[in-house]
Design a protein around this ligand. Structure first.
Ligand SMILES: C[S@@+](CC[C@H](N)C(=O)[O-])C[C@H]1O[C@@H](n2cnc3c(N)ncnc32)[C@H](O)[C@@H]1O
Length: 190
């Protein structure tokens, strides 16, 4: 086994847990790398819901998807409203926090409150055995607040409900992302 870097590790874990034909969510579409990966993985019978609050991000994602756009709903709204669009069980979800790479306005970033609300709603929709990955960047303004809020939130989740793992490369320079992976172990009681 070869150790993967953080972003490939997230894809590997989703590839192993999301089945073709299922629904997956990209909570932060950005330039569409994760959306494309999920769309390819769920296949023709599956569907991906991709959220972003910037039209430029959804345009960039649509361009990357090409013909695969037909199996993706591109949603210009905050991920905290996921329950207004996704009603069925999901096979998995990905977050990639922070700002849109190559954007002119890098002050538009994910925020602790909306990230945690979205995560909470997605955990409720996640199938048992499914995984949600969160790539956390803390180098930008507000990034460390979001990191701390998120870590505090996931630490409160019951260990019988979910398994929460942190995956981090400790010897890389320039604020690399780390990964939080949450695996759902049992159905949540209502
Ligand atoms: C690091 S980028 C995502 C990169 C993306 N996964 C990719 O493959 O290119 C973070 C994205 O989250 C978006 N974002 C910020 N707040 C959001 C929110 N409340 N809901 C959905 N997307 C949000 C930003 O506009 C930005 O495009």
């Amino acid at each position: 086994m070869k150790l993967l870097r953080v972003l490939p590790m997230a894809k590997q874990l989703l590839a192993e847990t999301v089945n073709p034909g299922e629904i997956a969510v990209d909570a932060t579409a950005g330039n569409g790398n994760d959306t494309l990966f999920l769309a390819e993985h769920v296949g023709e019978q599956g569907h991906v819901y991709a959220f972003d609050i910037q039209q430029a991000a959804l345009d960039s994602t649509a361009k990357r998807l090409g013909e695969l756009t037909s199996r993706v709903s591109l949603i210009l709204d905050s991920h905290e409203n996921v329950d207004q669009y996704v009603t069925d069980e999901i096979g998995g979800a990905m977050f990639n926090l922070g700002y849109l790479p190559h954007s002119e306005d890098i002050s538009i970033v994910t925020k602790p409150d909306s990230t945690i609300k979205a995560l909470h709603k997605l955990l409720n929709k996640l199938k048992v055995g499914g995984v949600i990955s969160i790539a956390v960047y803390d180098g930008h303004e507000g990034g460390s607040d979001e990191r701390d809020a998120l870590l505090n939130y996931v630490r409160t989740l019951h260990q019988a409900d979910v398994q929460v793992i942190k995956y981090e490369q400790l010897n890389r320079l320039n604020n690399p992302p780390f990964l939080i992976v949450i695996e759902k172990m049992r159905a949540f009681s209502k």
